[in-house]
Design a protein around this ligand. Structure first.
Ligand code: EPS
Length: 402
């Protein structure tokens, strides 16, 4: 971890707990555990999940970095317990097992599409449970908790975010380019996070049909961020480009195979006149006196936020644990064998959509800390206000030649 806002997580899917440590948070930020738990509950919802979500009821415990409801400017540590742990205490024990222990849950046939085989090669684990326990998307609960704290920081600057599912198993749903509150309310009320009821019904059918065949389905989600100041990220170096950072963050979510910003790969098919968003003059009294009739750029031009909402889309592959398993080979014998199968989900795209929000929240919060960063929230707010003040002066209409 560097010196900027950053985090890391630890924890196995069936271990005792997940842990996250965040560094670089400004002091004086009010953090509400209840708001974190609400985000954790959003991630747990979703049609197509397996039996595990009936066991878990995620709740955060903040153990350091705060006093009396506010951040201290020191590393913030949090944990989320795994309620499934008592069923795995021996299998996943940190301490050496007793002489009589024989694993009942060893994984010796890798699943195509899973980290099993590549991880076994990399780490030299004969039991691929040692790989899958960390590759599991259980870890994303910790990311959502981190994202919830980043959201609390962003809300201090009027920045908010939403997400929705735009495709499950090939059933696509249109999203308005500038969705309103009514659309987002529908999304939050949908167990597939889809704002279009007809498409949501078809998504349910796609999930049911896949489950009945012993198969799984993937899909796509979209994250929208509003209220951002222009100027986050930079065209200066490849590491600072906001679009590249968002792409890396969303791609790091387990099972994500592609990320798009704004119009995404459609830009390749259209002429420039149908891709780039015209610039119109807004009210000269505004601190940002511009408007854009379209937002094909997804809020980022030249790797810098341009004052429009950021729109990021992630595509998730179908979960590799199939109850009708694909062909594989047992290790180390290389004997052909159906791939390992265990309890899993048929579809986790709605959950991934909430995780996508969390990762986007983290990247935007990091970019805000870089641009306006100080040791405390009041320093950050003062720097942000000074920036808006500078912009207000920059765009004052002047008489010709002055
Ligand atoms: C997962 C498999 C399932 C999911 C799990 C991710 O868990 P289990 O193997 O215990 O049935 O439910 O997701 C979560 C536990 C979670 O909190 O999202 C996998 O293999 O990635």
């Amino acid at each position: 971890m560097g010196t900027t806002l950053d985090f890391c997580t630890a924890g196995e899917s069936h271990g005792r707990q997940l842990t996250a440590i965040i560094i670089g948070l400004p002091a004086g930020l009010t953090v509400e555990a209840g708001a974190i738990d609400r985000e954790l509950a959003r991630r747990q919802c979703g049609y197509g999940r397996g039996g595990r979500m009936q066991i878990e009821s995620d709740e955060v415990l903040i153990t350091s970095g705060m006093r009396h409801g506010r951040t201290l400017g020191s590393p913030l540590a949090l944990t989320i317990g795994n309620r499934d742990w008592p069923n795995w205490e021996q299998e996943m024990a940190v301490a050496p097992p007793g002489h009589s222990f024989a694993s009942q849950r060893m994984v010796s046939v890798p699943r195509p599409g899973h980290a099993d085989l590549a991880g076994a090669a990399k780490f030299g684990h004969p039991d691929m449970r040692n790989v899958l326990e960390r590759a599991s998307a259980r870890e994303t609960a910790a990311r959502v908790a981190v994202g919830a704290i980043c959201r609390q920081l962003l809300s201090e600057f009027g920045i908010g975010m939403h997400s929705c599912v735009v495709n499950i198993g090939g059933v696509a749903a249109e999203v308005p380019q500038r969705p309103d509150d009514e659309f987002w309310t529908k999304v939050e009320g949908s167990d597939v996070r889809c704002g279009n009821e007809t498409a949501a019904d078809e998504m349910h059918t796609a999930i049911d049909q896949a489950g009945a065949r012993g198969d799984t389905v993937g899909g796509e989600f979209e994250v929208h961020v509003s209220g951002l100041p222009p100027g986050l990220g930079s065209n200066g170096t490849w590491q600072e480009r906001l679009d590249a950072r968002l792409a890396a963050a969303v791609m790091s979510i387990p099972a994500i195979k592609s990320v798009e910003i704004g119009l995404g790969k459609q830009v390749a098919d259209r002429p420039g006149s149908q891709v780039h968003d015209p610039i119109e003059a807004g009210d000269p009294g505004d601190s940002w006196p511009f408007s854009r009739p379209t937002n094909n750029a997804g809020g980022i031009e030249g790797g810098i936020s341009n004052g429009e909402p950021i729109v990021v889309r992630g595509a998730m592959k179908p979960i590799p644990t199939l109850t009708q398993p694909l062909p594989s080979v047992a290790l180390p014998s290389l004997k052909p064998s159906p791939a390992h199968a265990e309890r899993s989900d048929v579809c986790a795209v709605p959950a991934a959509s909430v995780v996508g929000e969390a990762m986007v929240a983290f990247v935007v919060a990091q970019a805000m800390c870089e641009k306006f960063g100080g040791d405390s929230l009041v320093d950050m707010q003062a720097a942000c206000e000074a920036y808006w003040q500078r912009l207000r002066q920059l765009w004052q209409p002047r008489a010709e030649g002055v």
